[in-house]
Design a protein around this ligand. Structure first.
Ligand code: URA
Length: 425
């Protein structure tokens, strides 16, 4: 077997054999296939696709590149959620403790932000003392004692994906549906969850810009999960506008705590509850009442225990940025569009995100929204506040925003898209 013949097969629109797939993933993980060869293969896959049989084998080969976790010793059923990433998507923070408060165990292996989308670990690291990196034994202990754990995936889990994802990120090959589906599902299947709910984002702030592409990605991932014995459901959810009223690390933690305290923006509450119901259903806990667990404080209790168990202080004051800049409405009327991608880019440029994996992020940086599509605004009122420790970044962030919203004349009728657009099982 050699890399060139595998690349040629896909370049010429052929179907990769199981042997070719097993060999190329294993050889790439061991360093025998070079980055430039894997880049060529990833580009051929992006351009020419893979069928479901190839995707299933590719996923299995990535799982086989590392260890598989096992939660059989836990007394509760395990259920997990994965989002394909968006702007202001802090849902994991209230969701994991909420589902745990309803009787499930939630092993949430999360990632960091890259580009305009935020990362759950970066958000939680704005809580003083909180640790993202746990050993497998520590992770199991937090999960067992609190019902939920949010932490970094260990190096042993799907190492082929770690290497390949970093390569795709710098070779323009992230947006290939077969590669996204196998990347996400290899980690989730190796993680060993019994049930999985996928939040597939669609819209300007998501990888999938159209509902057709989101459907294709969702049904590919649902098939991969189901065929591997993981009860898998996907919701296609709106990412044309940011979720909630904040995009940025500590800003999003603050908003998540508001939701756990019984407040917070309607769209964040609705999506948290919709995903919680799906996760509990998939775990066989059909009688659980997540709305009650949110309003009676039991989800907040799990949050506090979970944060403390990972060294964080749930009562600590969250960091705030040193400088603010307010963007005001240039006219009165109805806000009919507020673009998720543009707000995400502005938050990233303010310091909330990173351009390279090794870059630090600012805990307090980001964008706070004062209006959402459908709201009536008055000329001169604040539309958004930009936060950063490095005010020289304001100009660059503002350059992302002039085309980011539309204000229609007062009285224009407007109905926002529903948060959950479709369900695929
Ligand atoms: N998230 C992943 O884990 N992998 C991808 O390829 C895209 C998003």
């Amino acid at each position: 077997m050699d890399a060139i013949s595998v690349i040629r097969t896909k370049r010429d629109r052929g179907e990769l054999t199981p042997e070719q797939i097993d060999w190329v993933i294993d050889a790439y993980t061991r360093g025998e296939v070079a980055d430039e060869q894997m880049s060529a293969l990833a580009m051929a896959i992006l351009l020419n696709g893979m069928n479901r049989t190839e995707i299933a084998r590719w996923t299995a080969a990535m799982i086989a590149s590392g260890e598989r976790m096992n939660f059989d010793a836990l007394s509760r059923p395990t259920t997990d959620k994965h989002s394909t990433g968006g702007v202001g998507d802090k849902i994991t923070l209230p969701l994991a403790p909420l589902v745990a408060a309803c009787g499930a165990a939630v092993p949430q292996l999360s990632g960091r932000g890259l580009g305009h989308t935020g990362g759950t670990l970066d958000k939680l690291e704005s809580i003083p003392g909180w640790r993202a990196h746990l050993t497998n034994a520590e992770m199991l202990n937090v999960l067992d004692t609190t019902g939920a754990v949010i932490c970094a995936a260990g190096d042993g889990l799907a190492p082929a994906d770690k290497k390949l994802y970093a390569l795709r990120d710098v070779t323009g090959t992230v947006e290939a549906i077969p590669l996204i589906a196998s990347s996400i599902m290899s980690k989730k299947i190796a993680e060993g969850t019994g049930a999985l709910v996928l939040d597939v984002k669609v819209g300007s702030g998501a990888f999938m810009k159209t509902i057709e592409d989101a459907r294709e990605l969702a049904s590919t991932m649902v098939a991969l999960g189901t065929d591997s014995g993981v009860r898998t459901v996907a919701l296609l959810t709106d990412m044309s506008t940011p979720l909630g009223l904040t995009a940025g690390n500590a800003l999003e933690v603050r908003e998540s705590v508001e939701v756990l305290a019984g407040g917070g923006p309607r769209d964040v509450i609705d999506l948290t509850l919709a995903l919680a119901r799906e996760m509990l259903d998939a775990a066989g806990l059909k009688d659980a009442d997540p709305e009650k667990a949110l309003s009676d404080g039991s989800a907040m209790d799990v949050w506090r225990r979970m944060i403390s168990a990972q060294g964080g202080d749930p009562d600590a004051t969250l960091p705030t940025a040193r400088e603010q800049h307010v963007v005001t409405a240039p006219a009165s009327g109805v806000l009919t569009r507020l673009d998720a991608y543009d707000v995400g880019v502005a938050a990233w440029r303010l310091g909330a995100g990173r351009a390279r994996k090794e870059d630090p992020v600012q805990a307090g940086a980001g964008v706070e929204l004062h209006a959402k599509p459908g709201d009536t605004v008055t000329e001169g009122q604040p539309l958004m506040t930009l936060h950063t420790d490095t005010p020289e970044k304001f100009d660059y962030a503002l350059k992302a925003l002039p085309e980011s919203y539309d204000i229609a004349p007062a009285g224009t009728s407007f109905s926002p898209l529903p948060v959950v657009r479709e369900r695929i099982a």
